[in-house]
Design a protein around this ligand. Sequence first.
Ligand code: ADP
Ligand code: MG
Length: 477
Amino acid sequence: MGGYIIVIHFVWEDFLKIAREELGSRVVETWFKAVSMSRWDGIEKVIYLQTPNAFICNWLEKNYRSFFQTHLGRLLNVADPKVQFLTTSSKKEEVIVKEISEKSSEKNSKAPQVKTYRAAQVIPYGSKNVTHTKVFERYGYINKKYVFETFVVGPSNSLAYAAACAVAQKPGELYNPLFIYGGSGLGKTHLLHAIGNAIQEKNQKAIVLYQTADRFVNEFINAIRFDKIDRFQKKYQLVDVLLIDDIQFISNKDTTQEAFFHIFNSLYDARKQIVFSSDTFPQNINGIAERLRSRLASGMIADIHQPCIEVKMAILKRKAESSGEILSDEVAHFLATHVTSNIRELEGALIRVIAFAHLTKEPIDLSLVKKVFSHEEQLVKDSVDFRSVIKAISKHFPYSLDELRSENRNKELVLARQITMYMMKKKTNSSLREIGAYLGDRNHTTVKHALEKIEHYINEDAALQRHINAIEKEFEH
Ligand code: ADP
Ligand code: MG
C-alpha cells in the first residue's frame, strides 16, 4: 500500500514536470499545483484527481482533460485511462460553477487553450529571418516575455539583477561565468531570458542559446545514442552566449559533465558569455566533479532571496496591470501575506483571482479574494503539517527533532530520518525541497533518494512495512 502511494507521488511529479515543459510553468502553478492524484484504479483504469473547489475542477475538465489522459496514461503505462475529477465543494458552489461554465462555454476567450498557449508563450529566437529560423530549430528558445523592464527590483534580488544587467551590457567582459542561485520561483529563469533578450536586441546576429541542464543532458545522451556527437559539440561551440538554467540537474551525470566541461572551457577561452542558474550555491551542488564545481564558481556569484512584502505587492500590481486590472493596496497586501512561498505561486494566485472575477463578473475586492482563498485554504488544512508527522515519528523512534535534523549518520537514526521524509511526503502537501529544508537544510535530491529507499525497503521487508503501517495509524482519528 505504502509503495503504491509513493508510486503515485512519483507519477504525479513526473506529470507536473512534463506539464511544465508542454504548457509552461504558469499553467502548472495556476491550475495543476492545487490538484493531487488521489487514487489510481488499475482495474477499471480510472485516475482520480482531487481538486480544491468546483471552479478549478470545472476549468480542468474543460481545458485539460485530454492532456491528463494522454500523459498520465503514458506514465501509468495504459492507453486511454478515464479521468475522474473530484471536489469537496458544497452544493451552492456547484450552482455558481454551472453558471460559469455556461457563460464561459459561450465565449471561451479566457481559457488557456493547450495548443495555442505554447506558441504564444515561447517565441523562437530571431524568428524573423531565414538563417535564424534554422538556428531556431537547432537552438533553445528565448522567451520574449521575460525582459529586464518587467522585473521588479528590491533588496532580495538587486545583486542578481545588477549583475545580469552588467552581463547583458558587456557580454563576456565583466563577469564570466555569472552564477545566479536562489529558491524556486524567485526569478532566475526570468533573469536568464532577460539577459538573452537584451543581448539579442542590441545585436541581432549574436547567437544566444538558452538551455535547461536537464535538456542538455538529454540532448547529450541522444547525441551519443545516434552518433551525432560532432554535431552536438559544434552546436555549442558556435554560440556567443550560453544560458544554462538549473545547472544542479547535471549532478551525478559524469559523462555529461565531462562533455560540458569541454564546452565550457572552449567558450570561456573564446570569451563568450556563460550564465548559470541553480537552486543552490555551487559548493552545495552534490555529485559534480571538483574541477567543474570550481569552474562554476570562478566568476561572479549572485543570490536571490525571498522578497519582502513591499516587493511582492509591487510585483502583483505590475502583473495585474499587464492584464488590464488595477489591484487595491488592500487586495495586494492580502495576497502578498497569504502566498508566502514564491513569486511563481504569487502569480498563480493572482491569475486565479482574475479568472474568477471575470467569470463571476464581480470586482476584484477583498471579499472576492477571500472567497477564492477560502476553498484553497481548506485543502491545505485537510492535510497534516510537519509537526504532526514529527509527533507521530517520536512515538516510534527515540529521536528528537534536533537529532533528525542533524548530520549524524547512525544507522537507526538515518532510517528514522528517511521514514520521516517518507511520511512528510505522503501526509502533507509539501514539496521535496520543503521537506529537505525542514529536516536540516537537506537537498531535495536527498529526500527523493530517501523516498526511493523506503519504498524499496517496504517491498522487501514485511516488518518494516508493519512498522510504517503502525506509524500511519497515528494519523487516523
Ligand atoms: P525560478 O527560475 O527562479 O524558479 P522564474 O524566473 O521562473 O523563477 O520566476 C517565476 C515567475 O515569477 C515568473 O513568471 C517571473 O516572471 C516572476 N518573477 C520572479 N521574480 C520577479 C520579479 N522580481 N519581478 C517580476 N516578476 C518576477
Ligand atoms: Mg527556473
